[in-house]
Design a protein around this ligand. Structure first.
Ligand code: NAD
Length: 355
């Protein structure tokens, strides 16, 4: 198989972790007989420094013409004083919108040797393995916003708009994903209060007969927040709207202990997906070989799986990560003060395990 991947290293630790990810993809290609062609382009602060804008047209064109986009992270104190639309983050938001990636997938997996790294008790987090599917391009964050002077001072409005089509496509993705996993879909809403949630629930119920092999459960968002810390093992796939997903996925991330382990995929309808670690550019450790590349490696596994349909290759990457962790190799963020290896050394360990 031949695939063209646009790599956007971005800022801070972005170039270090994507550099190792590219080498890992090279090893995947060698082992399984695929050809991955890489095109590097600028985004974020690095793009601002060179071109004056956070997402140059050339970068966007390359991404739109690719099979998948792999991103490191953007941002840093150097660009913090720029006005909103000129900041590095604006480039990333524009890219997500231009790619039409309406579904954000965040797997939450606890690696057995790292169960002690969570702030929750090991017996609660051991074996946790679920995915949050968050609607990414609709709802409250994209609806009309207004601020006006009213009789009792300032009045504000944020509008939560969803169309039937937007809700159906994300729920379908949830059902499809559940079908590939343990066949349990939890749909999270606030149907006791919100009309948008009532539509959400209606559509979920309407789709359910098309997926008779998937068990559908509805959960109100406040209860979902509680259940995530009470018994996170009960979940397989959680599907929810934009704002609920934003909040719940950060809550869920903490179950695993380190931000340096968590990947994400943002998918649309058939175009290239965007794969990135959930962490930022970590300016405090940039350029020192301290960054954990495993979140980016796990994002590569998602690219192989969801982007290219290479399930066996994706599983091999995940197995290699698990093997290196069970052998006891740690970058500083997960070493709990014990001996640690560098970003590059972790990359080498995982490549060797893969081979
Ligand atoms: P951050 O995720 O960059 O860092 C938070 C903490 O986690 C830091 O102590 C950092 O050293 C550590 N950390 C993060 N990734 C790590 C890794 N792979 N290995 C080891 N340690 C890691 O969040 P922040 O400090 O709030 O933000 C820094 C910059 O990143 C800001 O400019 C912010 O806007 C940007 N940011 C970008 C993205 C993105 O590109 N998607 C996401 C979040 C933040």
């Amino acid at each position: 198989m031949e695939k063209r991947i646009v790599v956007l290293p971005g800022d801070g630790i972005g170039p270090e972790v994507t550099g190792e990810a590219v080498r890992l993809l090279g090893a995947v290609g060698e082992r399984f007989g695929h050809r991955f062609e890489f095109q590097f382009a600028k985004i974020g602060g690095a793009a601002i420094d060179e071109t004056g804008v956070p997402l140059p047209d050339e970068t966007l064109r390359a991404c739109l013409a690719s099979d998948a986009v792999l991103l490191g992270a953007v941002g840093g104190p150097r660009w913090d004083r720029l006005p909103g639309p000129q900041r590095p983050e604006a480039g990333l938001l524009k890219l997500r919108k231009a790619l039409g990636v309406y579904a954000n997938l965040r797997p939450i997996t606890v690696h057995a040797p790292l169960a002690g790294a969570s702030t929750l008790k090991p017996e609660v987090v051991e074996g946790v393995d679920f995915v949050i599917v968050r609607e990414l391009t609709g709802g409250l964050y994209f609806g009309a916003k207004e601020r006006r002077q009213g009789e009792h001072g300032v009045e504000v409005t944020d509008t939560l708009v969803y169309t039937e089509q937007e809700v159906e496509r994300i729920l379908r993705l949830g059902f499809e994903l559940a079908r590939q996993r343990r066949r349990h879909l939890t749909s999270v809403d606030k149907a006791n209060v919100l009309e948008s949630s009532r539509l959400w629930r209606e559509i979920a119920e309407r789709l359910a007969p098309e997926y008779p092999d998937v068990t559908l459960t509805h959960l109100l968002v406040d209860n979902a927040a509680m259940q995530l810390v009470k018994n996170p093992r009960q979940f397989d796939v959680i599907v929810t709207e934009n704002m609920f997903g934003d909040i719940l996925s950060d809550e869920a991330a903490m179950i695993t202990g380190s931000i340096g382990l968590l990947p994400s995929a943002s998918l649309g309808s058939g175009g290239p997906g965007l794969y990135e670690p959930i962490h930022g550019s970590a300016p405090d450790i940039a350029g020192q070989g301290l960054a954990n590349p495993l979140a980016t490696f796990a994002s590569v596994a998602m690219m192989l799986d969801y982007g290219f349909g290479l399930a066996e290759e994706a599983a091999a990457v995940r197995r290699a990560i698990a093997e290196v962790l069970s052998e006891g190799w740690r970058t500083a963020d997960i070493a709990a003060g014990g001996p640690a290896i560098s970003t590059e050394q972790m990359g080498e360990k995982v490549r060797n395990a893969l081979r």
